[in-house]
Design a protein around this ligand. Structure first.
Ligand code: BGC
Length: 761
């Protein structure tokens, strides 16, 4: 035996007693662990189960008195059921920060009378700003944030959302949304970052950083809740909460990495998907929650259900024949907190299950430790309620300006025939279409209320598209008539006749406000009255600028050929109209890029990173008629025009042959070849030429948004490593197979070669 080995063994023996002593005493290097264990050891079973129980605030309101808490109901919740969490906005909609503070203090007054004084963790759907607070800055919805392709900007905007949520005395947000929509009809597509795993991962991690910063306990930070784990956006039908079929291999390659990245960024909680994957509701899946999320991804935060989802295991999914069985299934699967949300059956069933030994105390202690840890990290024991007085920048002009910047960077120019845009401020416009004159269509759902139907009341000081036009070019240059509503014809003939006095038709189409199941549709085509309006106007030989405000890409191919320009606004938030108008008149040069493929046909819904066999017709028929092509989206993922042009030159890679340790530096020169300053998103895609699992036609690996003055050239440099070459093989292992890969940026491409296969279990 070598001397050094003997010394090591002796040393470890000498250290053994103190190591085991430290363990016995439960001393950990993390002071929060000690606080959590101490508190848990003094808690009763009721107190523990209470911590796992979350109730909606509306269940605590007085009958017939919206927004006013019923003292008896509140006392019952806090003292009898010892609840640990409350969510949601009170009726009838979004309170001002002062009112929020009063509500939180009313709750605190009750928890302060309990034995342990454990603070409530209040959670809210602040998904595009503090969207349940009157006066908060509302940003573009997530799909628009994705279209900026600017993670730094997303982080900055999210930091404002965190500040304004804390200004509302709330420390926990149900955001960001990490769903990966696989069907463009899904009613929550706009809550996501679109169809790509890499873009979503980057944006989601930026949001986690913006919300939580380096210290989630800081008074301007909030804990995040990643949602909806997992596969929620992948319903086969495109309808909300309907089943998904996702092979594990696909789930690991496309869905899980988004969570992994955000967990590594420090996310504190995760909400489970209300859906089912391959016949197993995620709320009942021990494999998904405990084995993959908690064990494999090492997630240390807590897991909360979505709305009423334990009850639904029994009543909807039918995998539990009683409520008791549903509670057992889901707590044993790894759920830590139940969004009940309005009765105490979860509390009662779980109490009885633990008392009968059917759910072990160790599982309860694990769940409660996770919840308490986040409460300590948020510093709720010392500062259970923040005070709006300490947040003077709530709704400040500089925060509003950030929302305007985000909107102006997200709006995507999809068509600009003969450079019709920007137009002159001297020209006369007819504004028509259903989305022109309401804040509802700019904000969408989760704005002041769940479905966002009150945006016009709450945001009445903000500009609709019509108002923004009048503001910009004067009332005398603007004529307006809606022509149709989203679902009904009003007076198309009037729209047609009013075009006589106009140089341009500004046609504002899109979708109404919605989220979740109320937003389900049977047809991805834009609604019939809107098609009729567009077609009637198209006959007139007047230039038409189509403005889209929509949560998901509704098919417009029936009339798109007749549009001279198309601007996709997504759901751009309260400053959206101002940003849009500045783009229309050229004060802003558009730079948004699509975060999804915009379909042309309802039966061709391929993603950009499709497989070769998804578009067989294209290669075999060689017929260029649009309808003959199988892969022929209206506009492709990553696409978006500018008022200037960019050219790509000198794609260089520092090595062609790559081995396990290598990373490759890729550089490219991008030049602004036009006459206006503009922003370009440089996108790097990889193509695996041959692989044991059919390779994707191309996959996004890196991107960077840069600004260039006219004539300016910038060299953009990217590093890619072996991990970027990997995919998940049929044994669910991440593997980089040897062979050729193509690196593609803009119109240029180069080959690299991986010499030896590399596998990771
Ligand atoms: C939604 C979640 C949301 C929760 C709380 C559910 O219906 O699916 O996204 O966070 O309600 O409001």
């Amino acid at each position: 035996m070598r001397i050094s080995t003997i010394i090591t063994i002796l040393l470890s023996i000498a250290l053994l007693p103190s190591c085991s002593f430290r363990k016995q005493e439960g001393i950990s290097s993390d002071p929060i662990d000690a606080k959590v264990s101490k508190l848990i050891s003094s808690m009763t079973l009721e107190e523990k189960i209470g911590q796992m129980t979350q109730i909606t605030i509306t269940a605590l309101e007085k009958e017939g008195e919206p927004g006013i808490l019923d003292k008896n109901k509140l006392r019952e919740a806090i003292h009898k059921y010892k609840i640990g969490s409350i969510l949601n906005t009170p009726n009838p909609g979004a309170p001002k920060p002062k009112r929020w503070n009063a509500i939180l203090n009313e709750i605190l007054a009750e928890t302060n009378q309990t034995d342990k004084k454990i603070p409530i963790i209040y959670g809210i759907d602040a998904i595009h700003g503090a969207s349940y607070t009157d006066g908060a800055v509302l940003f573009p919805q997530q799909i628009g944030m994705a279209a900026t392709w600017d993670a730094e900007l997303v982080e900055k905007c999210t930091a404002i959302a965190a500040y304004e949520t804390r200004a509302s005395s709330i420390p926990w947000v149900f955001s960001p949304d990490l769903d990966l929509p696989r069907h463009p009809a899904w009613s929550r597509l706009w809550e996501s970052f679109g169809e790509d795993t890499y873009l979503s991962s980057q944006m989601a991690a930026a949001m986690v950083k913006g919300f939580q910063g380096d210290d989630v306990g800081a008074s301007d930070k909030v804990a995040t809740c990643l949602k909806h784990y997992i596969g929620y956006g992948s319903t086969t039908t495109g309808k909300d909460r309907t089943p998904s079929i996702i092979p594990e291999r696909v789930l690991r390659q496309h869905d899980l990495p988004i969570y992994e990245k955000s967990i590594n960024a420090g996310a504190k909680s995760i909400m489970i998907s209300s859906g089912e994957i391959n016949g197993i509701p995620v709320h009942a899946s021990k494999k998904m929650i405990t084995e993959i999320l908690k064990d494999e991804l090492d997630f240390k935060g807590f897991v909360v259900t979505d709305w009423q989802d334990i009850i639904y295991l029994h009543t909807r999914h039918k995998v539990a024949s009683t409520m008791r069985e549903a509670v057992k299934k889901s707590v044993m699967a790894g759920v830590d907190m139940s969004m009940v949300p309005d009765n105490y059956s979860f509390f009662e069933e779980l109490f009885s299950l633990v008392s009968d030994g059917e759910v072990p105390m160790s599982r309860i202690d694990d769940a409660v430790s996770r919840i308490l840890r986040v409460k300590f990290e948020l510093d709720l024991f010392r500062t259970p309620v923040t005070d709006p007085k300490d947040y003077p920048d709530f709704g400040s002009p500089s925060s509003v300006a950030m929302s305007y910047i985000a909107a102006s960077q997200s709006i995507t120019l999809l068509k600009n025939t003969d450079k019709i845009l920007p137009i002159s401020k001297e020209s006369k416009v007819l504004i028509t279409g259903p989305t022109a004159n309401s804040m509802k269509y700019l904000n969408g759902g989760w704005s002041y209320t769940w479905q966002g139907e009150k945006s016009d009341e709450y945001a009445n000081d903000k500009l609709t598209i019509l108002e923004a036009f009048k503001n910009k070019i004067g009332e005398q240059n603007v004529t307006y008539t809606p022509g149709v509503s989203i679902f009904e014809e009003i007076d198309i003939a009037k729209s047609v006749s009013l075009t006589n006095n106009a140089d341009y038709i500004i046609l504002c189409l899109g979708e109404h406000n919605y989220t979740e199941t109320p937003g389900d549709i049977n047809d991805l085509m834009i609604t019939e009255p809107q098609i009729k309006l567009a077609q009637a106007l198209a006959k007139l030989n007047k230039p038409i600028i189509l403005i889209l405000n929509e949560g998901r890409p509704r098919i417009i191919s029936q009339f798109e050929n007749d549009m001279n320009a198309v601007l996709q606004c997504y759901l751009p938030g309260n400053e959206g109209a101002r940003a849009l108008i500045d783009i229309v008149y050229g004060d802003i040069n558009p730079s948004g890029k699509l975060p999804y493929n915009y379909p042309r046909y309802a039966n061709s819904l391929q993603k950009y990173n499709r497989k070769y066999t998804e578009s067989l017709g294209d290669t075999e028929q060689n017929d260029d008629a649009d309808y003959q092509k199988s892969y022929n989206p209206q506009y492709e993922f990553g696409y978006g025009l500018s008022y200037t042009t960019f050219s790509y030159k000198n794609l260089n890679i520092d090595k062609i042959f790559m081995s396990k340790e290598d990373s490759i530096q890729i550089t490219i020169d991008v030049q602004n070849s036009g006459i206006r300053t503009g922003k370009e998103v440089v996108q790097l895609y990889l193509k695996d030429m041959f692989a044991s699992i059919t390779p994707e036609v191309k996959t996004l690996k890196r991107f960077r948004k840069i600004e260039l003055q006219p004539g300016e050239i910038k060299t953009v440099s990217f590093m890619i490593g072996i991990d970027d070459l990997k995919f998940v093989n049929e044994n669910n292992e991440w593997v980089a197979e040897s062979g050729e890969f193509e690196v593609m940026i803009g119109p240029l491409s180069k080959k690299i070669v991986l010499e030896k296969e590399l596998k990771e279990p």
